[in-house]
Design a protein around this ligand. Structure first.
Ligand SMILES: [Zn+2]
Length: 197
């Protein structure tokens, strides 16, 4: 019994040592967007359709004129209509026939964030712009499309700004100084929590 206790104590001691070995920089960067604006501010920057989709989780009607344009577009890059972050490129674009722009992956810039969406009685994965939190659409997987990932990023065309290869990318929206302060406070707050694995 005593030997067992000693062994347990040794284990506890070792695990404490191990815990202390862990880098103290394990703070997870906040997933909250760096661009934060009020609804009124976004309304001034966006069209009604863009606002409804990106800021109010709307969905554009399938097979609309933006989709028709999308189907015709050649090589190029797709940026966030709200903040100008690079989201997708024509490399990942594929024809799914669903009526909305489809991509099998986000671009290398990795500005597309995925999060669980339980709205409308469904369990889906929503895709948002990491920089400004714009709703883009949803991502589905395992549908059997012959693409490298078998994932379908089903994106509202109205949330995207297409720039043909060689064209000038849109100006990146910079955070207002108030946003920077807010972000700093959030990061400081998160730093106090035990980082999740
Ligand atoms: Zn954005």
């Amino acid at each position: 019994m005593k030997a067992l206790c000693t062994a347990t104590l040794a284990l506890i001691f070792l695990s404490v040592l191990h815990a202390e070995d862990k880098p103290k920089t394990a703070l997870k960067p906040a997933n909250s967007p760096v661009i934060v604006k009020t609804e009124e501010e976004w309304k001034k920057l966006l069209t009604d359709d863009q606002f409804k989709v990106t800021r109010q989780q709307g969905t554009e009607r399938p097979f609309g004129h933006i989709y028709e344009e999308f189907e015709k577009q050649g090589e190029g890059t797709y940026f966030c209509v709200c903040c100008g972050a690079e989201l997708f490129t024509s490399t990942e674009k594929f024809h799914s026939g669903c009526g909305w722009p489809s991509f099998y992956d986000s671009s290398k810039a990795k500005n597309v964030l995925e999060r669980t969406d339980n709205s409308h009685g469904m369990r889906r994965v929503e895709t948002v712009c990491k920089r400004c939190g714009a709703h883009l659409g949803h991502v589905f997987e395992g549908e059997g499309f012959k693409t490298p990932t078998d994932r379908r990023f089903c994106i509202n065309g109205v949330a995207l700004k297409f720039v043909a290869k060689g064209g000038q990318p849109p100006k990146l929206l910079e955070p207002a100084s108030a946003d920077v302060q807010k972000k700093k406070e959030e990061v400081a707050k998160e730093g106090g929590e035990v980082p999740k694995k």
